[in-house]
Design a protein around this ligand. Structure first.
Ligand code: GDP
Ligand code: MG
Length: 739
């Protein structure tokens, strides 16, 4: 027999851990339709039941205040799972029961997994599960999700709930004389009008109206405008009345009564606390040090630096293996294909493009492992907590900090997971401001660009330069966030206090799953899109090809150069290989032929679509000091910022340039008359702030739920970056810097 079982509960109550122990590898992550909340499904077989288990997003309530809450509620209401398991964190019983009460008010078949009983016990809390079960009228099973303890009994109880024939009605609790009267009156109207009653219990709808639940209000207006208007008026009247009499909003009063109900349940012998109230838990002791006002920020910087050091040191070898593999693949394929467009497409376009991205996969994996470690341990919550107050000044939230860090806050992240990390934010406006500014961080793709330019023009103190660039990125992002919050995304922040979850020893399995999930997302997302971009870019730099007649001119030039030397010299040149020491004349010939080659490449490039674009843009971009070659690189950078380096290499007619080994290119740039430190600085600033790469834009559009914001980030960022670059270049030129 098949059953659908939903797992609901507060964030951090152990849902995912329980889900993992139940379903093991038999799981699958998707998306709920229309929203960007992950939907995890898996199966569990028990005693002839095939249970389809859904890990719902963690929520504190079932009122539609956030996307997670809407998703969790819609799933339970619309998909009608046979059983919902409510995971309750026993060490935080009263707070967690708030959600339980709402599930009971909805009248869904429910079963409680009383999780973290080990933590509760350590804190000296004793919970009488039988009593709790009796008072709430539903099964309650103690579990420790981390060890799998109680799993069998829980699923037995779930099967029991599923088997039960008569279903219990929704829980009715009193909200005090004033509200009770109003609720009853509204309930009658709702029932009489059959207003949304196929989907929700009548009393529940009345309560949601009082709580001003946007989703229900909207559905109500669509279903029956007259009844909806009447209900809304009733709510307005009672709100005014409560304001006058009790000086409170209906939703706050409702919450008070729910907590009151919970307290009364808990007080009836369910919970005995026998600990010394003055004793500090281990977590509190650790926090005394880690979030200390003075020590805290210092430790924070050290930890984050340590994380990146760890990442770069340990991923260096595997990244090189990957690069070597793709290098070998390129050579092998290159050797087996005939000269021509196909070979060029496959080798330069596809293998180099995709290889460049996949080559970073080990680095990404190490970084995510480190982040998962800090996250599961509970440290990242502290970092966000410490920066919360600063971020609020700029219209953001402590949860935005994570997003910034993942995007490359310490140089070398990626805006794609960074933008996705903004999901942690509950306020849609803060979330939008975060995901629009996170891409200004110095991601791993901008790094080779900076490394190249720093090596060429700011070689004296490279580390200091990198540090300054990191500061510029953070300050810039915060200021821009403030600007956005004062203009296009104006609005209040939700007063959401950041909580500090207790520190916990991470489990190996949990770490592995976290790391792999994120790495795989990176590989999949980047891998698919990059193939397309690489092919497109290759085509733009290849077509239209220089006409045959033009090509012949260069060939003729080379022939002429060969004819001008003596046969002996020509013979020496032609029989030489890479390492041969050439005589003066042969060397001169070699250089001359090379120069003609370079000229041909340049002419070809100028003739291609990309070249024409670069040339056309030159009249504007010269304000920022960019010539046509830089323009091509920057156009390529719209796709992915690494492309700036490889394209600069090609555009400077050096053939294939590996972004990692740009030493010779940097020398070339340093020697070029078109370049100076001021141009380099202007280019660095432009690269830092201009449009996010293509994958990030897609991600921004998806996460914000609208292509409008994807387009906004491309246009706004580019205009902003150009303004900054022009300012840098013009001011610098005025003071004759860089000359
Ligand atoms: P979710 O947000 O509800 O999905 O919570 P997670 O499953 O991610 O769990 C949050 C943290 O609590 C993880 O570090 C788990 O390892 C830990 N955890 C989960 N269940 C238990 C438990 O029963 N006892 C203890 N001590 N820790 C647990
Ligand atoms: Mg989870």
């Amino acid at each position: 027999m098949e059953l659908t079982v939903a797992l609901g509960g507060n964030p951090n109550s152990g849902k995912t851990t329980l889900f993992n122990t139940l379903t093991g590898a038999r799981q699958h992550v998707g998306n709920y339709p229309g929203v960007t909340v992950d939907k995890k499904e898996g199966t569990y077989i028990y005693n002839g039941y095939k249970m389809q288990i859904i890990d719902l997003p963690g929520t504190y309530s079932l009122t539609a205040y956030s996307a997670e809450e809407v998703v969790a509620r819609d799933f339970i209401v619309n998909e009608k799972p046979e059983v919902t398991i409510d995971i309750v964190d026993a060490s935080n019983l009263e707070r967690n029961l708030y959600l339980t009460i709402q599930l009971l008010e909805l009248g869904v078949p429910l079963c409680i997994a009383l999780n973290m009983t080990d933590v509760a016990k350590n804190r000296g809390m004793e919970i009488d599960t039988e009593k709790l079960s009796e008072l709430l009228g539903i099964p309650v099973v103690s579990t420790i999700a981390r060890t799998g303890l109680g799993k069998q009994q829980l699923m037995e109880a779930v099967a029991g709930v599923a088997k039960k024939k008569e279903k219990k009605g929704p829980l009715v609790i009193s909200y005090g004389p004033d509200l009770d009267k109003t609720i009853r009156q509204m309930q009658e109207e709702i029932e009489a009008a059959h207003f949304l009653t196929e989907t929700y219990p009548a009393r529940w709808i009345a309560i949601k109206y009082l709580e001003k639940d946007e989703q229900i209000l909207e559905k109500g207006r669509l279903a029956n405008l007259a009844t909806a208007a009447k209900l809304e008026t009733t709510v307005e009247n009672i709100a005014v009345y409560l304001q006058e009499t009790l000086n409170i909003y209906p939703e706050a009063l409702i919450a008070d009564y729910r907590y009151g109900y919970i307290r009364s349940v808990v007080k009836q012998g369910v919970l005995t606390e026998n600990y010394d109230k003055n004793r500090l838990y281990l977590s509190d002791k650790i926090d005394k040090v880690l979030t200390n006002r003075f020590l805290g920020p210092v430790i924070m910087l050290l930890v984050l630096l340590g994380l990146y050091r760890f990442t770069f040191v340990y991923s260096e070898m595997p990244v090189r293996w990957c690069e070597n593999f793709f290098g070998w693949l390129g050579d092998t394929v290159s050797a087996s294909l005939p000269e021509g467009h196909l070979k060029s497409l496959v080798v330069s376009g596809i293998i180099d493009g995709v290889g460049g991205v996949l080559g970073f996969a080990p680095l990404i994996m190490f970084m995510f492992f480190g982040i998962a470690l800090l996250e599961d341990f509970g440290y990242l919550a502290r970092v966000a907590f410490m920066l919360d107050r600063i971020f609020r000044i700029f219209g953001l939230h402590g949860s935005s900090v994570m997003s910034y860090i993942v995007s490359g806050g310490i140089a070398g992240g990626c805006a794609v997971p960074g933008v996705m990390a903004a999901r942690a934010l509950r306020s849609p406006r803060e979330r939008l401001a975060t995901l629009l500014t996170a891409p200004f961080m110095n991601c791993g793709a901008k790094l080779p660009v900076f490394a190249l330019l720093i090596a060429a023009f700011f070689a004296e103190d490279q580390a200091m330069m990198m540090f300054i660039l990191t500061m510029i990125a953070w300050c810039g992002s915060l200021v821009i966030a403030k600007l956005l919050r004062m203009t296009v995304i104006k609005g209040e922040s939700t007063p959401f206090i950041m909580e500090l979850p207790p520190y916990r020893m991470p489990t190996f399995k949990g770490l592995m799953i976290h790391t792999w999930e994120r790495t795989w997302q990176y590989i999949k997302k980047a891998g698919t899109v990059i193939v397309g971009i690489s092919v497109l870019l290759w085509a733009m730099m290849t077509f239209p090809a220089l006409p045959e007649s033009e090509m012949q001119k260069f060939e003729q030039k080379q022939e002429a150069a060969k004819a001008a030397v003596s046969p002996a010299v020509l013979q020496e040149y032609e029989s030489a290989n890479e390492d041969t020491q050439l005589s003066g004349e042969a060397q001169a010939l070699k250089e001359k032929l090379g120069a003609i080659d370079a000229e041909a490449v340049e002419a070809g490039l100028r003739y291609s679509v990309a070249g024409r674009m670069g040339t056309a843009l030159e009249s504007i971009t010269s304000l920022a000091g960019f010539n046509w070659r830089i323009n091509i690189a920057l156009v390529g950078g719209f796709a992915a910022k690494e492309v700036v380096v490889s394209t600069l290499g090609t555009a400077h007619s050096m053939g294939d340039i590996d972004p990692e080994e740009s030493g010779s290119l940097s020398q070339r740039l340093a020697a070029s008359p078109d370049w100076n430190p001021l141009v380099a600085l202007s280019l660095i600033i432009f690269t830092m702030f201009y449009a996010p790469c293509f994958v990030a834009v897609v991600c921004i559009a998806k996460e914000s739920g609208s292509w409008k914001w994807g387009a906004f980030s491309m246009i706004f960022n580019t205009v902003l970056a150009f303004t900054l670059a022009v300012s840098v270049y013009q001011v610098g030129s005025f003071f004759q810097l860089g000359l």
